[in-house]
Design a protein around this ligand. Structure first.
Ligand code: ADP
Ligand code: MG
Length: 264
């Protein structure tokens, strides 16, 4: 069965019921030890919007994304995507982990990293056709990395690697993008390139959820915020929810000064 599907070009994407949220999380609790890292969190992602997940270091932001995708196992909770169990919808969800968590010790070419985004449709035999290569190249050019296809990923700068990982997510042609700190440790040019790509995804009706640490750009970049500090603090449109009150609640005394324009 799997082989036959692979020969026919892999699995087709399941239909997404657009009347449901692309991602609805209910009662998610995750614990690595005795103390929960994420406690009883509900989240409802707005379709076609860009949502920032915000909270201090160690607040459980990465854990929330990982547990949503089953990369770490939650103690309890329920996750649905477009009203269906997450597992059915994986092909429609792209995930970009926090950069530091990926180790590229073994030699891998940039183009192969991008092709990994097409794993599902390439199937078990991984038969890469010209169309796949063309698509991978076009994803690289969307992030300004078309000249680096044959380079080893480990030899690129952090910002360049981040662009390639975004190209891999694009290659999946997903409808929901979960990105863990896409702008962390990148140069200004890369940040500009990445936000342009994300805004373009939004213009195409895709849904973007990104862990974001730079409070000064939240208003420019995002439509909605989700504030977390182990517990959910608040969730809603930037204008009404990204306020001094919610920031203080999320950061406690750890926020020395509020970013310009954060007080709504
Ligand atoms: P954030 O992304 O908001 O900085 P994380 O989700 O990475 O926070 O971490 C939340 C908490 O869980 C932190 O206290 C962190 O130390 C802990 N933690 C994260 N990953 C692990 C792990 N693999 N094993 C044990 N503890 C972890
Ligand atoms: Mg994190």
């Amino acid at each position: 069965m799997a082989l036959r599907l692979a020969r026919e070009g892999g699995h087709p994407k399941p239909k997404a019921d657009q009347s449901h949220s692309p991602l609805a999380i209910r009662g998610l609790t995750v614990s690595y030890g005795e103390k929960p890292a994420v406690f009883s969190v509900d989240m409802t992602v707005e379709p076609g919007a860009m949502t920032a997940i915000i909270g201090p270091n160690g607040a459980g932001k990465s854990t929330l994304l990982k547990a949503t995708l089953g990369v770490v196992r939650p103690l309890s909770g329920n996750v649905t995507c477009w009203g269906a169990p997450l597992n059915k919808m994986r092909a429609r969800i792209a995930y970009m982990p926090q950069r530091a968590s990926v180790d590229w010790d073994f030699p891998t070419r940039v183009i192969d990293v991008v092709l990994m985004g097409m794993q599902r449709e390439l199937g078990l035999l991984r038969r890469v056709r010209t169309t796949h290569l063309e698509r991978a190249m076009s994803c690289l050019s969307r992030v300004g990395m078309e000249g680096f296809a044959d380079r080893q990923i480990g030899q690129l700068s952090g910002g360049q690697q981040q662009r390639v990982f975004l190209a891999r997510a694009l290659a999946q042609e997903a409808d929901l993008y979960l990105l863990d700190e896409p702008f962390a440790g990148v140069d200004a040019a890369t940040e500009k390139a990445i936000i342009a790509v994300l805004k373009d995804l939004k213009a195409k009706g895709k849904t973007v959820v990104a862990v974001h640490h730079d409070l000064s750009t939240v208003r420019d970049y995002f439509d909605r915020v989700f504030l977390i500090n182990t517990h959910k603090v608040a969730e809603g449109p930037v204008e009404t929810t990204f306020t001094e009150e919610t920031l203080q609640a999320a950061y406690g005394g750890r926020l020395a000064s509020l970013p310009m324009g954060a007080v709504g």
